[in-house]
Design a protein around this ligand. Sequence first.
Ligand code: ZN
Length: 319
Amino acid sequence: MSSSNRPRRRLPATVAALALAATALTAGLAPAARADGFDGARAMTWLERQCALGPRIPGTPGHAALQAQIVDHARSLGLAVHHLPFSRPHPYEERTLALTNLVILAGRGSGPRLWVGAHYDSRPVCDRDPDPARRAQPLTGANDGASGTAVLLHLAELMAAEPPPRPVALVFFDGEDLGRAADLDGFCLGSRWLADHWNDFGAPLAGPPPQGLILLDLVGDRDLSIPQEGYSLALAGEWTRTVFERAASLGLPAFVQAPGPTVFDDHVPFLRRGLPAVDLIDFDYPAWHTAADVPAACSAASLEQVGALVWDLIRNPPE
Ligand SMILES: [Zn+2]
């Protein structure tokens, strides 16, 4: 994602300390899928597994391995999974770029589908690293890419154990993070494509418009604080407030009932098409697009707050 706004606020130390304490409590447990609640430690293992694959840049072995892991995971759980491949010119190189969004479907019954999305690709460069020698290195992308994807992978486990009352789609966006600084056109390639094609005849998401998209990006920061992102609030205010009111009712301290930065992210192409979409993002992350975006900068407790909110919305869909 990209923004002209600079990250600006920090969490109070007490909340950070609570998050650390919660991490310590769960760190020694052997993670396993369970249907009663979202397990941050389990999600954290999914985050670490992604980082262990190396960079997940489109066209690299790490990207192909993660794609296979997502598909195998869904199939092993008995959930339907769809590849949505497409190609387009590379934004900066004289070649065609092959990208693939992935969709996992779950849930019963009819009614508008809830979409929960995250990008699974990682950035080719650490272009904001304070050390110029590291700026050409690929990003590990623990928070930027792996965090949202980890929440989705654990939600798939929960939904397989306890099918939701309404249809749900987990959407894994490709090609989010290839853009160069200040060039919005190079970002969010997978979501732009899906916003144009989700309702194509025979496509897995075709049908009535979704109830809404919940986009997860940068949701793993140990020091997690998620305000109401600007585009979401301006263009899907009702949906945004619905999601944040649920967070408040669940007593999740990471969610701040106040406007935050405006961030160009994978929700924007859908907002432009009139679909409700909210970006749950903590853009106040000093390691953003640097070599310090590693698992140690993230925590199970943070993933658990985000996962608990989304799992509650899946189990108890808003009217
Ligand atoms: Zn990024």
